[in-house]
Design a protein around this ligand. Structure first.
Ligand SMILES: NC(=O)c1ccc[n+]([C@@H]2O[C@H](COP(=O)([O-])OP(=O)(O)OC[C@H]3O[C@@H](n4cnc5c(N)ncnc54)[C@H](OP(=O)(O)O)[C@@H]3O)[C@@H](O)[C@H]2O)c1
Length: 203
């Protein structure tokens, strides 16, 4: 039994598994706050999401697309088919990222969301369009606005609605038992994981 303030609770989306529902609050609130509240991404704009195949990035990309934006997202090559399946135009992170993004959109993007850290925002100057803004969830030293997940029941209710109307799906990368939490941590650290969230099953 766990007690919590009622203002922090919402019901589980009817069409989500428990593993998917578990993956929604932290990652979803972070993604929603970044895309809607901080970047204020609007219809017709283009966003580049570094780490779009990850737990937060995959939700941010879907929220951006739902809001009528065009999403370009980085991820490893193995996760590009997943990115296409959520209407994201994939690019590989690393040396050729700037070249590949400019090949897709030579005039640059309206916004960049950093869900990867590792100094990726340093690439920004070559990708900016007038009115450009950026934020990071992973790198407070990046010189951009840093977004931290905050409980917001209205946003959480909106996330539930997006899941129930089929606009948002929590991709579960893998599920581990609590006893295997250390193995889960290694999977996060070493990379090469399938897209989406790693979930711990506390049983
Ligand atoms: N501010 C907050 O409130 C908040 C909330 C949640 C998470 N976070 C932080 O945000 C970050 C992302 O969390 P997450 O759960 O989405 O992590 P995640 O699921 O592990 O996703 C990481 C993403 O980064 C990509 N990536 C891996 N190596 C890269 C590289 N060398 N260059 C560029 N991208 C690379 C991954 O691509 P592939 O998997 O395709 O290789 C994946 O898309 C973490 O640092 C986490 O601690 C912050």
């Amino acid at each position: 039994m766990v007690s919590a303030p009622a203002s922090t609770l919402v019901r589980k989306p009817r069409n989500a598994t428990w593993a998917q529902a578990t993956g929604l609050p932290l990652a979803g609130l972070t993604a929603y706050q970044a895309i809607v509240h901080t970047l204020k991404l609007t219809e017709g704009e283009t966003v580049l999401i570094h780490g779009a195949s990850g737990g937060v990035g995959s939700l941010a990309a879907q929220i951006a697309v739902k809001n009528g934006a065009r999403a370009i997202g980085s991820g490893s090559t193995a996760n590009h088919s997943y990115l296409r399946s959520i209407a994201v135009e994939p690019v590989l992170y690393g040396d050729h990222l700037v070249r590949d993004v400019r090949a897709i959109i030579p005039e640059g993007v309206d916004a960049i969301l950093d869900c990867a850290g590792r100094g990726v925002l340093a690439l920004n100057p070559q990708l900016r369009r007038a009115g450009y803004r950026s934020c990071s969830i992973a790198d407070s030293a990046a010189g951009a606005t840093t977004v931290f997940a905050r409980m917001n029941q209205a946003y959480l209710l909106r996330l539930v609605e997006l899941v129930e109307t089929g606009s948002l799906t929590v991709e579960v990368s893998a599920t581990y038992s609590l006893e295997d939490a250390a193995i889960a941590q290694l999977a996060l650290r070493d990379g090469g994981k399938k897209p989406g969230k790693i979930v711990l099953d506390v049983d």
